[in-house]
Design a binder for this molecule. Structure first.
Ligand SMILES: NC(=O)C1=CN([C@@H]2O[C@H](COP(=O)(O)OP(=O)(O)OC[C@H]3O[C@@H](n4cnc5c(N)ncnc54)[C@H](OP(=O)(O)O)[C@@H]3O)[C@@H](O)[C@H]2O)C=CC1
Ligand SMILES: O=C(O)C(=O)Cc1ccc(O)cc1
Length: 434
């Protein structure tokens, strides 16, 4: 027996929270040959899970106490909102000398909960896979945080999670949260706002000539992808990460500033604000470009409107993104090591607009002079204000209400859009530069 095989037989792995991410991890760890993988969800789900997972190779236990007492590497994969409560409950049962990790998308509350509730004699090494449960983890970023613990324990955690074949990025928890605020949080607010604006207008974008083809397909599928997922993931990212509030506030301010210039038709000022910082001076530098292609993106359409019937779009959401990056002096390319699929697509379509001068001129012209698009932009402006305010106040229930309200409107197309969105992500990950 090799040393690696011996280790896989000896070390017990635990997962608390068997939702989408917890189950994806558990299955991959078992598949990689680790012999004891102890899992649980809420005690109320114990009987049902035992039946559902009887042939999975997973060791289903009643609760987090049972998992914590037996396991040498424990991952909490619960809602960010619940992390403090769950660690308070099961943390004191953690086995002496074991390693504790979390999968929540925001690390400050998670680390705070670990420091507060875990015994002194356990190690804290956390993780975060920067993709959803249906994306192949191979090659995707996996953030690893060696917070409190020896090098040996950190190496063990890395060996266990190497079964994901992800690209490991080692960060501190505060670096993680700052980068995630710059990448994920603001991206989600832009897509959420598009959804809210479409819903408010009772308009399916695929029936509208402004949202046909190319980069419009990214807007539609990624907005629907978010709305078809669980609200708590996005609420946690936006509300529980203090750095995210600053980003989101600025994004909403940029939308507001640009919208005011648009309705006043202040062409010179409006044009001057559009994108020099991110895509101008650095355009010829050696930074990696995403290089989306219109022909790739055209394949993914829900629309029956022919492309030659499309009308120009102002792309206020993208112009404002560049303006926001400029205002906060953020170079989004510096965060590419921590890209999520959505952030990659978001930066990709913003780059696409700013690096195609004809398209940019057309967008600026329609932003200033097309009355057709003005109603949409007005709703988009209101939607970003609403989302930014909701995040600033920090009320999870209001977030949930806003989210589910819009989600219902799009429900009938989730199935179809999800398939295309998944394929779109697969294609952009393999066909564009990495
Ligand atoms: N979905 C995604 O794309 C990603 C999510 N994440 C993060 O991973 C974490 C999990 O997300 P995800 O799997 O999507 O969400 P899910 O809602 O699918 O999973 C969370 C699970 O934790 C369970 N749970 C809650 N309290 C307890 C408890 N006391 N004991 C045991 N189980 C409990 C929940 O049970 P119940 O539902 O019955 O309440 C649920 O099954 C979140 O923090 C999220 O931010 C990270 C990367 C990507
Ligand atoms: O790509 C995105 O931004 C997603 O929406 C998927 C996602 C959600 C939560 C995470 O913590 C990481 C990735």
């Amino acid at each position: 027996m090799t040393v690696a095989e011996h280790e896989k037989g000896e070390v017990e792995i635990g997962i608390i929270g068997l939702g989408d991410m917890g189950l994806m991890y558990a299955k991959r760890i078992v598949k990689a040959g680790w012999k004891s993988v102890n899992v649980c969800d809420l005690p109320s789900r114990y009987e049902q899970l035992k039946v559902k997972l009887k042939d999975s190779g997973l060791n289903v236990l009643r609760d987090g106490h049972a998992v914590s007492r037996k396991s040498d590497f424990i991952i909490y994969s619960v809602e960010a909102e619940n992390i403090d409560k769950v660690v308070a409950q099961y943390g004191p049962s953690t086995k002496v000398g074991s390693i504790v990790a979390g999968q929540t998308s925001v690390k400050e509350p998670e680390i705070r909960a670990f420091e507060k509730h875990l015994p002194e004699d356990v190690h804290i090494v956390s993780c975060h896979s920067l993709h959803g449960p249906t994306v192949d983890p191979e090659g995707q970023p996996l953030v690893m945080i060696q917070h409190r613990g020896t090098k040996e324990k950190f190496q063990l955690a890395l060996r266990i999670l190497s079964c994901l074949k992800s690209q490991v990025v080692v960060l501190s928890y505060s670096e993680h949260d700052r980068i995630m605020a710059d990448t994920q949080a603001v991206t989600h607010v832009a897509f959420l706002s598009m959804g809210t604006a479409w819903k408010t207008q009772k308009q399916f974008p695929w029936e509208t000539p402004q949202y046909v083809g190319g980069i419009e397909n990214v807007k539609v599928h990624m907005a629907l992808r978010i709305y078809s997922n669980k609200w708590h993931v996005y609420a946690g990212i936006a509300i529980m990460n203090p750095a995210a509030k600053i980003q989101i506030k600025q994004y909403s301010q940029s939308v507001s500033d640009l919208f005011k210039l648009m309705i006043q038709e202040k062409e010179e000022e409006f044009t001057a604000r559009a994108g020099e910082y991110v895509f101008g001076k650095t355009r010829n530098s050696s930074r990696e470009q995403i290089l989306l292609s219109d022909s790739i993106l055209d394949q993914f359409s829900l629309s029956s409107v022919p492309k030659d019937k499309r009308k120009p779009n102002s792309h206020l959401s993208l112009l404002a993104m560049a303006d926001c990056w400029h205002s906060l002096k953020i170079n989004p390319y510096e965060h590419m090591v921590c890209q999520t699929p959505l952030f990659r697509l978001w930066l990709g379509i913003t780059e696409y607009l700013f690096c195609n001068s004809d398209m940019l001129d057309e967008a600026i012209h329609s932003a200033l002079y097309s009355k057709d698009i003005r109603a949409d932009d007005m709703e988009f402006y209101s939607a970003t204000k609403g989302w930014a305010e909701c995040v600033d106040i920090g009320n999870m229930v209001t977030y949930q209400r806003r989210f589910e309200d819009t989600s219902k409107f799009f429900e009938s197309r989730f199935e179809e859009s999800k398939k295309m969105g998944r394929e779109m992500i697969r294609v952009i990950v393999t066909k564009t530069h990495k």
